[in-house]
Design a protein around this ligand. Structure first.
Ligand SMILES: *[C@@H]1O[C@H](CO)[C@@H](O)[C@H](O)[C@H]1NC(C)=O
Ligand SMILES: *[C@@H]1O[C@H](CO)[C@@H](O)[C@H](O)[C@H]1NC(C)=O
Length: 406
């Protein structure tokens, strides 16, 4: 089996040519040239381009043309690739290879066009491919070597992993070789095409990146189904508008506490919180939650590595006893004690002066309506602290009064 090289323009071992050159005279040369017009094509195969970089999954057209001396008749045309078997290079017909037969289509003819189309290319197809033809004369055949080198690439988004809001960010849709077909790139964010960005440039430039630009980015080529794997773009930003939530309520009774919780939107999440009380220069606490025990206006400051921001202040009010349920009970007890005391007093007075019983009854009822006045007198006599702390002693007083009464 003989293989003729493409760069060997003439078949150097062709007996006719050797003879022609020996017959050197100019006239013979002219005749020779004329003969060449009829027979004179040399053996050759040319590929354009000779190197193809194709996208994974795409269809590749290998453009090819061939020539041969006219006096031959082409018997067989096929494509092949080198396969080394038992230290010998073999050139099998790819149209008979089950790996290729379904995907390979011959678009050429038996005269000069040897173009083929290979669909659904994968990385496994990366190889050097040759066109081969045989003639009606045994052993007069040609292998178009060097052949077409096919490289298959996928696409990868290259992006900085984390960026800060306001940065200028460049995403690149990378292929391992320079794509042969002039490609239009399409970009996707969270699987949605970014229609405004359609460019032959494989870069996506995000001027002054915003937090809304964060997401999963992928790229593709217009007219191709292959889409690159996603790459996550993380946009960092400082805490924004921290808000204080109050639990259980901003109004509490002395001795209880209110929990203030500071929350804010930031990336990464704020981990450092500082609490302040208005009109107080130093901080009053740290951590996401803070227990306020005193009245005042409190605010928080949320921090992450990109900055900090303070919240609006919330007002915490601590009530000092007067309006509480306990005191209302105390007031009631005082009123009852007062009324009982008055009735007892009146009865005693009536008994002492031996007056009319009917009149004294009216007097007693009348006094009931005046009880609030009397209470006011009594409460002004007793200062507040005494009222607040003496719940149990008042009950003792009742018992005492009752005992006296009996
Ligand atoms: C070869 O055939 C293909 C498909 O029919 C065609 O597109 C191409 O232009 C032809 N090439 C030449 C050199 O004639
Ligand atoms: C094709 O690739 C092979 C091996 O990878 C190399 O030896 C050859 O020179 C390449 N041919 C062309 C035309 O680039």
């Amino acid at each position: 089996m003989r293989h003729y090289q493409f760069n060997a323009c003439w078949r150097s071992n062709s007996p006719e040519h050797v003879m022609s050159v020996k017959m050197a005279p100019p006239l013979v040369l002219v005749i020779l040239l004329m003969i060449h017009g009829v027979y004179g094509k040399y053996w050759g195969v040319s590929y354009s381009p000779s190197h193809i970089c194709a996208l994974k999954g795409s269809t590749v057209t290998m453009s090819c043309s061939f020539t041969f001396p006219y006096r031959y008749r082409i018997k067989n045309v096929f494509w092949t690739k080198a396969q080394v078997k038992e230290d010998k290079e073999e050139f099998p017909d790819l149209f008979e290879d089950p790996e290729y037969s379904q995907r390979l289509q011959y678009l050429g003819d038996k005269q000069q066009n040897c173009t083929i189309r290979l669909s659904h290319v994968t990385q496994k197809d990366e190889d050097e491919y040759y066109f081969r033809f045989t003639t009606d004369i045994p052993d007069e055949k040609w292998l178009g070597k060097p052949g077409v080198n096919l490289t298959v690439t996928d696409l990868q988004v290259e992006s900085p992993e984390r960026v800060t809001e306001g940065d200028s960010v460049r995403l690149t849709c990378k292929s391992s070789c320079t794509l042969t077909d002039r490609a239009t790139f399409i970009w996707y964010r969270n699987s949605q095409p970014l229609t405004e960005r359609r460019d032959t440039n494989n870069e996506l430039l995000l001027q002054s990146v915003r937090r809304e630009d964060a997401g999963r980015y992928s790229c593709a080529l217009h007219g191709h189904t292959y889409i690159s794997p996603d790459v996550h773009l993380n946009v960092m930003y400082p805490p924004e508008n921290p808000v204080i939530s109050i639990s259980p309520s901003a109004e509490i009774v002395e001795g209880e506490s209110v929990t203030l919780i500071c929350s804010s939107d930031s990336n990464p999440p704020a981990l450092n919180f500082i609490w302040f009380k208005e009109n107080q220069s130093s901080s009053v606490g740290s951590g996401q939650s803070f227990s306020a025990l005193q009245s005042g206006r409190f605010y928080c400051e949320a921090h992450n590595q990109h900055g900090s921001q303070r919240s609006d202040a919330v007002t915490v009010t601590v009530h000092h006893g007067t309006d509480t349920n306990m005191t209302v009970v105390s007031k009631g007890v005082f009123i009852i004690i007062t009324i009982i005391s008055l009735i007892v007093t009146v009865i005693i007075i009536i008994i002492i002066i031996n007056g009319d019983l009917n009149v004294s009854t009216y007097t007693a009822l009348d006094l009931k309506s005046r009880s609030s006045d009397l209470y006011n007198t009594l409460s002004s006599v007793h200062p507040r602290p005494a009222v607040h702390q003496s719940g149990s002693s008042e009950y003792e007083n009742i018992h005492t009064v009752r005992r006296n009464n009996n």
